[in-house]
Design a protein. Structure first.
Length: 270
C-alpha cells in the first residue's frame, strides 16, 4: 500500500530522485497484528510520530494514527494475513534539495505463523559485529532509514551463521542487535543499555521495563560492556514482532534460560 492506495508487489511506486531512496530520508515502524489488533499500537504510533516531528516532516491532514491503523487492517485483510508482520515506511518525497517535505507512506504485510508470541525452543547464537559503531545522538533512538550499521551486522551474522549480531556504540559498549534490543541477566538481576547508549527505543523493551516489577525481578538500565555480556548468566533479545528470544551462545559463552522463560510466561504468554 502506498499513500492509502493498494499496490501489487513489485509495482513502481517511487521515483529515482526520491529523498528516501537517495538519502535514507525517513523512518520506519515494524509491528505485529492479529485480526483487528495492533499489539502495543499506542506506543508504536507515539514513537512513529515523535520521530516524524524530530525529522521535521510535514504531514497531510489525514496522516493520523487512526487512518494509518485503518490502512494496516485493510491491507492485512486484502492480503489474507490474519496474523502479520507489518512494516510502515515513511519517506520524504522527491527532489535533490528540500522540494518535498511531506510524508509518503508505504505499508507492507507478511504473514506470521500464529497469533501468539512463542518462546524459541533452541537458543540463539550471537556474534559481535566490529565493522561499525552506532552513534549516541538525538537520532539514535528512532528507527531511521539510515540503517547501515544494522544492515551490515545482519549480513555479518548471515555470513557467520549467527542468528543475530550485536552492534556496539561509539564507546565500544553493547548497543543492541541488528533487529532487537538486548537484555542480560546476572545474579537474577536484569540489565539493558539505557537509551543514552544509542539503542533503538524498542517497543518490547519498553513493555518489559514498564511491567517487569510484576514478575518479581529487578532490572537496571546501565552501560553493558562486552565483558559484562560474556560473563552473564542469561541473555535474551526483544522486539515487537517476535517478543522475547533467548540466547544460548555468544562466542565461547554459554547461557541458560530459566529466568528468561519465567519472564516470557508471565508477560507474553496469552
Amino acid at each position: 500500500m502506498h499513500n492509502g492506495n493498494f499496490c501489487i508487489d513489485g509495482d513502481y511506486i517511487i521515483a529515482a530522485d526520491n529523498r528516501g531512496l537517495r538519502y535514507g530520508d525517513g523512518l520506519f515502524e515494524t509491528l505485529r497484528t492479529t485480526g483487528k489488533k495492533i499489539h502495543f499500537m499506542n506506543w508504536h504510533f507515539e514513537r512513529l510520530f515523535s520521530g516524524l516531528q524530530m525529522l521535521e516532516f510535514e504531514l497531510a491532514s489525514d496522516f493520523t494514527p487512526s487512518n494509518i491503523a485503518s490502512q494496516v487492517f485493510a491491507l492485512c485483510k486484502r492480503n489474507r494475513h490474519p496474523a502479520a508482520r507489518v512494516r510502515i515506511n515513511v519517506i520524504r518525497g522527491d527532489g535533490g534539495g528540500q522540494e518535498d517535505r511531506f510524508a509518503h507512506c508505504i505499508i507492507q504485510s507478511q504473514p506470521l505463523p500464529g497469533k501468539d508470541f512463542q518462546l524459541n525452543g533452541n537458543g540463539l547464537v550471537l556474534g559481535i559485529y566490529q565493522g561499525a559503531r552506532k552513534t549516541m545522538d538525538a537520532f539514535s533512538n528512532i528507527k531511521s532509514n539510515n540503517y547501515l550499521p544494522y544492515t551490515m551486522a545482519a549480513l555479518q551474522a548471515e555470513k557467520n551463521k549467527w542468528d543475530d549480531a550485536l552492534v556496539l556504540n561509539v564507546a565500544g559498549r553493547i548497543c543492541d542487535a541488528a533487529i532487537a534490543n538486548v537484555f542480560i541477566i546476572k545474579n537474577e538481576i536484569l540489565y539493558t543499555p539505557p537509551l543514552q547508549e544509542g539503542c533503538v527505543a524498542g517497543i518490547m523493551r519498553r513493555n518489559l521495563l514498564e511491567n517487569l516489577a510484576t514478575t518479581g525481578y529487578y532490572f537496571h538500565e546501565k552501560e553493558i560492556t562486552i565483558e559484562d555480556l560474556l560473563a552473564a548468566d542469561e541473555v535474551f533479545l526483544t522486539n515487537a514482532v517476535k517478543g522475547i528470544r533467548w540466547v544460548s551462545h555468544c562466542g565461547d559463552a554459554v547461557y541458560t534460560n530459566r529466568i528468561t522463560t519465567g519472564i516470557f510466561t508471565k508477560l507474553l504468554r496469552n
